[in-house]
Design a protein around this ligand. Structure first.
Ligand code: NAP
Length: 553
């Protein structure tokens, strides 16, 4: 039997993958979608832990396609994971993409064949295909960190991970549970598990900033007006720094007197607590302004937690917003419950797991269930496991030895015809990921259509454009306090240099730059015709050759 060939293979059945397969089909391309899980959903399939919900308003975190937007009503302002999963399945059906996907099928490798200008693709099921383009819709927060606790296998109780929560019922009622990790996933799980567990140990290494997410219900008249004007809203959200309908900033903190600053922060907190981060335009850059906002939120934490000793342990010491702000209603109040204990493993580190629980340097904690919420190998984890190689056998890791090298976060010189949706070097996790995914898909599909119209076969960024963009990303990030705080968005190289992985200039500025690239006939990309590839096959593989650039009029 011959090997099937497609114009594009899209990897991932989450938001980007579903929309990508749909848009490519609409544009007349042959396409195969690959998804390792048995269902659509991506992160919203795997992260089905108790309490999981989106922390962007669902009116923003939606496909802003008028047909889809009109047909779906979110039941809450921040949709829960089960509702998100229903939504993604609804969209997959509405777009009729199921028949173009292979579920339960992981990409195991892809190698660029320069003579044929295509990727030779292998999968976990033995299926082999070829495709001219490879679109990675694998997300940036999909590959979870491997737990490295000594004695992990000795624990005789139940062990779960938020990022790969089982799809069978997990009974936590009446059990002694420990949650390790207090990032967004851990915090959401903690609030939910505390309500059912006999006892909950919150195992915290670093206290993080968490703010109440805000009103649970969306205002029906607002939702209706969003539906009626969805296209205008899409254009508006694309120009916002984070891709949301956010409250406007008041200005620099120094524009206001100390009394006015306090009044504004209190007002913003009551109106929409997460908005306190964006109240002053310099909170992310000025240590003084950040201290002001950090002190204000610390005072709120002390108000919410009854026990002053516990409150101090929960108060973060790093500048607010320099790791992703956590949004979770009821988090701090959870520590007022009799069945919840905070364990500070920053002060008393975990030594090992034992048969009955967790041993720290000074205590043994016996539990029935341990939930790991340790975070993700962000930005590179999914690519590492995908095993994508150019003709020389180089992988992205070889080309990113000092941090991501991309043009617009979408492509890397040396890996032709490979698109990374929401990749490092794009606003990615700093923005509304649903909007970001759809914007990237639209960009990729338009680029592929342009290449088809001009009979072009191979595309990659020029090294100059890539270097200029990578430098621009570094320049923008260099002003940020968050570059200096360790977290999953910062890569620390062996020589101590730090690289901020997403583009920090804001979604609006990013979209404008992408639109400029389109308007100039894809300036910054180099494209080759099939005859270029035939005559000099090895040149079109590593971005290293001065191959004739195809006419791009
Ligand atoms: P995370 O923010 O990276 O948090 C990981 C947590 O695990 C941290 O508290 C970390 O402590 C702790 N940890 C790691 N290794 C540890 C160890 N050996 N011992 C003790 N503690 C350890 O990961 P996450 O909570 O999964 O969130 C990641 C991102 O996913 C979020 O920022 C967000 O972008 C996204 N997310 C979104 C939603 C949503 O939309 N609602 C929900 C969940 C996640 P240290 O800080 O000390 O390293």
């Amino acid at each position: 039997m011959g090997i099937d060939h497609y114009d594009a293979v899209v990897v991932g059945g989450g938001m980007g993958g579903i929309y990508g397969v749909h848009q490519l089909r609409e544009a007349g391309f042959s396409v195969l979608g690959l998804e390792g899980a048995p269902e659509f959903g991506g992160v919203w399939y795997h992260n089905c832990y108790p309490g999981a919900r989106v922390d962007f308003a669902s009116t923003d975190y939606s496909f802003l396609d008028p047909e889809i937007y009109r047909e779906w009503r979110w039941s809450e302002r921040y949709a829960t994971q089960p509702e998100l999963l229903r939504y993604l399945n609804f969209v997959a059906d509405r777009y009729d993409v199921r028949r173009h996907f292979r579920l339960n099928t992981w990409l195991t490798g892809a190698r660029w064949n320069p003579a044929r200008a295509l990727y030779e693709i292998t999968t976990s099921t033995g299926l082999e295909v070829t495709a001219r383009f490879l679109v990675m819709a694998t997300g940036q927060l999909s590959h979870s960190k491997t737990p490295r606790f000594e004695g992990l296998d000795d624990f005789a109780g139940e062990l779960y991970s938020t990022s790969h929560w089982p799809h069978h019922p997990v009974e936590l009622t009446g059990k002694r549970v420990a949650v390790i990790g207090t990032g967004s996933s851990g915090v959401q799980a903690i609030v939910a598990v505390a309500k059912v567990a006999e006892h909950l140990l919150v195992v915290q290494r670093t206290p993080n900033w968490s703010v109440p997410a805000g009103h649970p219900d969306a205002d029906p008249s607002y939702v209706q007006s969003r539906i009626e004007h969805v296209e205008e809203w899409k254009a508006r959200l694309l120009m916002h720094p984070f891709g949301v309908d956010g409250l406007p900033p008041a200005g620099l903190a120094a524009d206001f007197s100390p009394e006015e600053q306090q009044r504004l922060m209190a007002q913003r907190w009551d109106e929409y607590a997460p908005g306190v981060m964006g109240l002053f335009t310099d909170t992310g850059r000025s240590p003084e302004t950040n201290q002001l906002v950090s002190d204000f939120v610390r005072s709120k934490i002390r108000e919410m937690v009854d026990d002053p000793v516990v409150a101090e342990k929960l108060c973060p010491r790093y500048p607010i917003g320099t790791k992703r702000l956590i949004m979770a209603t009821g988090y701090y109040e959870t520590f007022n419950r009799d069945n919840v204990t905070l364990v500070d493993v920053g002060a008393d580190p975990i030594v090992k797991f034992t048969e009955h629980g967790i041993q720290t340097e000074s205590a043994q904690y016996d539990v029935d269930v341990i939930i790991l919420a340790l975070g993700f190998d962000a930005f590179t984890g999914a690519l590492d496991s995908a095993n994508i190689q150019n003709a020389d056998g180089e992988r992205h890791a070889d080309l990113w030895s000092h941090g991501p090298n991309t043009f617009l976060g979408l492509m890397t010189a040396g890996l032709p015809n490979l698109f990374l949706l929401t990749g490092a070097g794009s606003p990615a996790t700093l923005s509304n990921m649903c909007l970001m995914n759809t914007f990237h898909v639209d960009f990729v599909v338009d680029l592929m259509a342009h290449m088809r119209d001009h009979e072009l076969a191979v595309v990659e960024p020029t090294k100059e454009a890539q270097a200029e963009w990578t430098q621009h990303c570094a320049d923008v990030a260099s002003q940020l306090l968050r570059l200096h705080v360790d977290n999953y968005m910062v890569r620390v190289n062996e020589d101590g240099s730090r690289v901020f992985m997403p583009y920090a200039g804001g979604l609006g500025a990013y979209v404008e730059r992408c639109n400029e690239v389109i308007e100039t006939g894809y300036n910054g990309f180099v494209m080759y015709t099939p005859s270029d590839v035939e005559s000099q096959p090895t040149a079109a593989l590593a971005g290293s050759s001065p191959l004739t650039t195809a006419s791009q009029d």
